[in-house]
Design a protein around this ligand. Structure first.
Ligand SMILES: [Cu+2]
Length: 119
């Protein structure tokens, strides 16, 4: 009987792993007409993964709901772009990534984490 319990345990684990991978993949959002709305709250950017195309101007509209100082700045690593985000306001960051690649964007303390995937 114990083999059956082990098997259902494995199946459950597989289901959990699959669920999280699927949920993670579902978070990627392609820029539509070069603009994406991003909510800054509870330690996460939502969406945290943005996809775009090289050479296309991109407008990222950050709506900061989190009042903690942690969230006050967004830094795009490798793109030389950073911006202050006033609480309760939407701040538009405009950039045109010229090279395909994956660029991280974070708060100044690296607690908020996001990814910009340029194709
Ligand atoms: Cu922070």
């Amino acid at each position: 009987m114990s083999w059956l319990i082990n098997l259902s345990g494995l199946a459950l684990m597989a289901l959990i792993v699959w669920w999280f991978w699927l949920a993670g993949a579902g978070k990627a959002r392609r820029a539509t007409h070069g603009a994406v709305d991003i909510i800054v709250d509870d330690g996460v950017y939502e969406p945290a993964v943005i996809e775009s195309n090289a050479g296309e101007p991109l407008s990222l509209r950050f709506e900061r709901r989190d009042a903690s100082p942690c969230a006050e700045q967004v830094v795009f690593h490798g793109l030389d772009v950073s911006e202050y985000l006033p609480v309760g306001e939407t701040t538009t960051v405009t950039l045109t990534p010229e090279q395909p690649g994956t660029y991280r964007f974070t708060c100044q303390m690296n607690m908020y984490q996001g990814k910009l995937i340029v194709h």
